[in-house]
Write a protein that binds this ligand. Structure first.
Ligand SMILES: Nc1ncnc2c1ncn2[C@@H]1O[C@H](COP(=O)(O)OP(=O)(O)OP(=O)(O)O)[C@@H](O)[C@H]1O
Ligand SMILES: [Mg+2]
Length: 220
């Protein structure tokens, strides 16, 4: 069991939700997973528990106080924008090498999930995007996608972008989009034909346990 990034085809696709479900699953099995969310935009200190970092801490059974949030999410910005723009609003910038060093020091051999930020091509600074962060870390990722109309193209585009920088993909998690006109099974079937053997895991809305268990196994 090692470390995996949780990235996605875009924002709001279910990265934190999925990470929390995996963390709870492993803890129920007696494991002691860890999680970090190094870069967090749209952070409101008055509602830290509701932030991605707060949700991950709750799933880990840790208090969602500011000290704990600081430990897993050091790059926090107030504006709900891409990290480069959110940082600029505060006259700050993310130093890519520092982000990489923080990510590497979190890897201990225990199960670790690293939630990225937004989708795979979100800018972190003037030169780097999330995919560069994943590739430079040398760690594989789980790509979270949906079933909304358009998600097949978004998912295959994200895969191409990751492949171009040599980032490994452990699995694609299809997190069923509510009220989607495309069935979950049809999305999985279509995508599977185009992803050269990367496992595609269906996460069914309302009854996700089997999908979470399969994904947890793939990450072991
Ligand atoms: N399978 C699911 N079942 C129920 N709720 C879900 C599921 N997936 C996502 N959600 C909900 O959808 C919303 C968006 O999900 P989430 O916050 O995990 O997205 P994200 O990709 O982490 O977004 P961000 O880019 O802001 O980090 C949240 O309210 C989350 O609880
Ligand atoms: Mg999130």
């Amino acid at each position: 069991m090692g470390a995996n990034f949780i990235t996605g085809t875009g924002t709001d696709i279910g990265k934190t939700w999925l990470a929390c479900a995996l963390l709870r699953h492993w803890r129920q099995q007696g494991m002691r997973p860890a999680a970090i969310k190094p870069v967090l935009s749209g952070f409101d200190p008055a509602a830290g528990g509701a932030s991605d970092a707060g949700r991950l801490l709750v799933a880990l059974g840790r208090p969602a106080n500011l000290a704990e949030i600081d430990a897993i999410a050091p790059w926090r910005f107030a504006a709900p924008l891409s990290p480069d723009l959110a940082a600029a609003r505060e006259g700050r910038r993310i130093v890519f090498d520092d982000l990489l060093a923080f990510t590497r020091q979190a890897v201990t051999g225990a199960p670790l999930l690293i939630e990225g930020v937004g989708g795979v091509m979100v800018p972190l600074d003037e030169q780097h995007t999330v995919r560069d962060w994943i590739a430079a870390s040398g760690l594989p990722c789980v790509l979270v996608a949906g079933t909304y109309l358009g998600s097949l193209s978004h998912t295959l585009t994200a895969l191409e972008a990751l492949a171009r920088v040599g980032a490994g993909v452990t699995a694609i998690a299809i997190n069923e989009t509510p009220d989607s006109p495309v069935a979950l099974a049809a999305t999985v079937e279509s995508l599977s034909r185009h992803v050269a053997g990367v496992p595609v895991v269906a996460i069914a809305r309302g009854h996700p346990d089997a999908g979470i268990a399969r994904l947890a196994e793939l990450l072991c």
